[in-house]
Design a protein around this ligand. Sequence first.
Ligand SMILES: [Zn+2]
Length: 295
Amino acid sequence: MQKELIMDEAELIKLNRFTRTPVTAEQVYAFPVVLCDNETDRDGERFSIAALEKLSQLFVGKTGIFDHDPKSSKQTARIYDCETVTDSERVTSAGEPYTCLYAKAYMMRTDSNRDLIAEIEGGIKKEVSVSCSVGRKLCSVCGSDRSEHPCGHIKGRRYDGKLCCDILDEPGDAYEWSFVAIPAQTAAGVTKRFSETPADTSEEISRLEKRLSIALEAEEKACDMLKREIISLSFMTRPIMAVEAVKALTERMSFDELASLRDRLKKQSLASCDEGSELFEKPDRQSGANSSFKL
Ligand SMILES: [Zn+2]
């Protein structure tokens, strides 16, 4: 991807908005850089297209740094132009047209930048990290803003065949971007690492997805077993809960919640065995633990 951009007059005008004194084409090295896109990343997050469009404005004028190495702190590049580019031929895993944030950056041609320029030219520095703040993280399944309305959909799990992820929306500010060995760390906001070698990224994603789905499948099986156990135990408790009611109650419970409910029902059913039919006459003696699960 990195290849020197041709500095014609129109490009120079755009670039010179950011320089103290106007520069000539010979004084600068300008190159394209893809900052991020709308593909779901390894954190199970993706930018909305609207967010990318907003970011294309926010990143103009922002400084890029290299590896966060203090020695190279003077080696910086600045974005002088940025836009979203859509590849209508390519569809993301979420079914959207692939859209990326395409920026043009420049740096001064100085002796201290010479090696860096060579590395960029040679395609060695490929991975880019961006950090920005986002106003909302939306559930991709139901669209609810997770920070305000936790919806219970689990990131990484599939619902009707669709992978649940967080959609990063309404970016507030763009902080920085960098070529990285280690991704940028920002106290607040989101840091996203982006590689221009999509094959590796998608391979990594599918590998993680596979591992996650195996783990989730195992957890689902364990949850199903617990649910069945809870239904049988519920027949031994007083008052008897209807099967449908138990099913509805346990539907959205996590593994831990199910295990704790099972343990409480077990304890209670053992207690009611000891007390025999007394429970029918004295429902007040039921434990407080049980009452929290009464419907
Ligand atoms: Zn949801």
